[in-house]
Ligand binder design. Sequence first.
Ligand code: GLU
Ligand code: ZN
Length: 477
Amino acid sequence: MSTTIPRVRFAPSPTGIMHIGNSRTALLNFLFAQQKNGVFVLRIEDTDPSRNFDPGAKIIIEDLAWLSLRFDEGPQAGGIYAPYFQSERHHIYQEKLEELIQKNLVYRCYCTEELLEKKRDRQKTLKQPPRYDRTCLKLSEQEIDEYAKNNTPFVWRFKLDSDQIIEITDLSRGIITFDLKHFSDFPLTRSDGSFTFMFSNFVDDVTMKITHVFRGEDHQSNTAGQAAMYLASGAPLPIFWHMPMLCNITGKKLSKRDFGFSLHDLRDAGYLPQAINNYLAIIGGSYTQEIMDMDELVQAIDFDHMSAGGQIKYDVEKLRWVNHEWIKRLAPHELEIATRPFLQAVYPEVGAFNDKKLAALLQEIKTDLHTLKDAVTALAFYFTAPEITKALVEQTLDATHSKAIAHLLADRLDTIEDVEGLKAATKQAGIPMKQLFWTMRLALTGQINGPGIHELITMLGVAESRNRLKAFINLFF
Ligand code: GLU
Ligand code: ZN
C-alpha cells in the first residue's frame, strides 16, 4: 500500500454567489480530508473574466470561513503549489502545453466558431453526435504554413486516440469506462491564447498532486478527456467522485428561484452554519442519528460506500428541522450572539440590551425557533403590548372562566408575581388550571400558547405584566 497523503480540492469559479451545491462539494472534500488526514486545497478558477464577479474570491473565502471549512492550502493560506488563482498560473499551463506539443499530442485548429457551428448543425440534422470532424488534423504542411503566414487565429486541440478505452475509478460508481471514439478532440486554448477549463483544471490537478477529484456529476463528460490527458502525459490518475446533483423537492434541477439555492439566502434567513453542514452531509445517505457536529460527521461518513443514486433532493423543510435542532443545542451566549442581529434589525432598542438580558429572553422561546429570524415573531409581544379586545377574548377563551379569572386577577394585582398563590386561588375557585394559563398568556402576549406564566412575568418584569393584566381586567369592569 502506498502511503500517499490524500489531497483534495475545492475549485470554484468566483461568480459571487456560493450556491448550496457548491457548498456541499466543498464540505464533502473537507470532511474527506479530515477523515483521511489529508490536505484540503482551495483553488480559484478565475480564468473566465466575464464570470469573475468576486475578484480575489473574497466572498468564497468568507463563506468557507462561515461554514468552518478550513483549507490547508489556497489563497491567503499559501502552500507549496502556489499560486492558487488560475489567473496567475498562465505560465504553468503554457509549459504543459509546450510539453504536449513536443510529444505531438495536440494540433492547431483554424476552424472559426462560425464554421464549427455550421458543422454542428449539419451533424444535428444528420442525427450524428456533435463531434469535431478533425479537418485540421488532416491539414498539409503547406496549408499550415499558409495559415501561419497570415497569422490566422487558431486553438490547440488535444488529439484523442479514438481506439482507446479509458477506465477511471469513481468513488460511488466504481470503474467507469469511456470509449474515446465517442468523444471529440477538445480545445486546450482559446483563439486569444488563454486556456480552457478542460486544460487548466487538469494541469492544476496534476501539478497540485490532487489524489481525489470530487466534483459535480455535470463534469463527468469532462473527465473522459481529462483522463486521456493524464494517461498521455504519464501522470497517475486520481480517484474521481462525480457527486449527484441536488434537485428540488419536485425533482427538478435546483435553480436560483428555489429558496435556499444560495448560501446567503440561508444565512440571511437565520440558518446556522452547523445546521447547513449537518444537513448537506447527511442528504444522500441514511443515518440513525441525524444531528451531528463536524467531528461526528467526519467519523460517520463512509466514503467507501457512497450511494450512486441519481439525484439528491434538497428539502428545505428538513433543513429547517435540522436548524431547529441546532438552535436548541446552542449555548445561551451562542444563541444570543447569533440572534442579536436579526432582532436588532427590527427592534433597535435591542442594541441597548446587555448580553445576559437578551440571552435570558431567548432561552424562554428557543424551542419555538426553526430559524434565528423566528425570534423576531416569537419575541414580538415583548416589544409591543398585545391589543386585547373583548371580541378576541370571546373567540379564544371560555366566557365564564375568563370572567372569573379576570376577577381573581383584579384581587391579586398587587402580588401578581406570586404565581403559586394565584394557582392556589384558581384551584380553590374550581377553575381548571389550563384556563388560568391560557387567559394569562393571552393577556400578556396576545396568544394562548407560549412560555410559562412565571417565565413571562420574569421576561416582561412585574410592572409591565401588571399593566397588561390591568388592560385585560378592564375589559370586564
Ligand atoms: N470551476 C469548476 C466548477 O466550479 C470546477 C470543477 C471541478 O471541480 O473540477 O464547476
Ligand atoms: Zn479545425
